[in-house]
Design a protein around this ligand. Structure first.
Ligand code: PNS
Length: 162
């Protein structure tokens, strides 16, 4: 069984993430999308909301499973029997940080990282920018699927009224 992990914060999942997940699903028997539960960083969406959005937007991909994890990514990979981590690279400036993480992970455990170039139509998309644009009423329909767009609007409405 060739099993790969696509890790990230996914706060929220974007069309860029889904491009990488979908292409990975064609290359591996199983792809596990792994959402980091990061105590040090409070996101806009809680973990259950991120999982729900990911599960909804990947439901047409039968060999994709969505899970959360905490601690080291390499420990999660070992527990799941996954040999490969897949990371999308949008622009050259992503590379330095991603290289450092990949080298740390191989040193810690032997888990390999494969870099996949993002489809250029998505290379400008980031979760952080999506939240910023949505917060000020901008159109994020090119950034995220409709389901996520609705969740974003609800979340921001609730934040404004509460
Ligand atoms: O979407 P992000 O925030 O860029 O994802 C970063 C993520 C979750 C892939 C990275 O922070 C991670 O792997 N965290 C788990 C902790 C870990 O294993 N750290 C050591 C490897 S650098």
């Amino acid at each position: 069984m060739r099993r790969a992990v696509c890790p990230g914060s996914f706060d929220p999942v974007t069309r860029g993430h889904l491009d990488i997940i979908g292409r990975s699903a064609k290359l591996f028997d199983e792809v596990i999308v792994a959402v980091l539960m990061n105590q040090a960083k409070q996101g806009l969406f809680d973990i259950d909301e991120r999982l729900e959005m990911l599960r909804h937007t990947t439901k047409e991909l039968p060999n994709v499973r969505v899970e959360s994890f905490q601690g080291l990514l390499v420990d999660f990979c070992r527990d799941q029997g996954a040999q490969i981590v897949i990371k999308g690279l949008r622009v050259a400036s992503d590379f330095d940080y991603e290289l450092q993480m990949a080298q740390t992970n191989i040193r810690l455990s032997g888990v390999e990282t494969l870099f996949m170039p993002t489809n250029p139509i998505y290379s400008f998309i980031a979760s952080s920018l999506t939240k910023e644009v949505a917060k000020w009423g901008g159109d994020v329909s090119t950034y995220v699927p409709e389901f996520v767009e609705r969740r974003l609007a609800e979340k921001l409405r609730a934040a404004r009224s509460g």
